[in-house]
Design a binder for this molecule. Sequence first.
Ligand code: NI
Length: 154
Amino acid sequence: MNIKHGKLEIIWQRDLLGNGMEEKIARVSLTLPQDLLDELDRSLEAQSYASRSEAVRDSLRDFLANYRWRHGLKGDRLGVVAVLYEHGVRGLTDTLVEIQHENAGIIKAVQHLHADPKNCLETLIVKGPAKDIRKLVDRLGALRGVKQAKLVVV
Ligand code: NI
């Protein structure tokens, strides 16, 4: 069965586990910077991945597992947020400074490294309610130009 919804195509296919159950599959298209795609393809070859789709599915599962973990944190926590971003993206550095000022209650220290001509790495030491730390990390990670926002709690 194929149902086209604009760019989203829903198909039914036998699942890969071969248990006879039919699995609903959605087909999506996405845009990537060429250098990211090139690096992905090189890494897939080295890891013997069967397809880009399989690698993207694994990456999304990892993304969602991390999200679920972050959203399960309770109480007061101490941690570090590592933020890798492209400083040249319009408005990004101003937004990052604003967000940090709004969260001055939980951000105890900030370290900035001009990692290379294009990218900056900031580490934020955070301490406070898990729900506030989570909101901060969610917000940072969703900004255009932020490549990674990783939380480690100790
Ligand atoms: Ni910098």
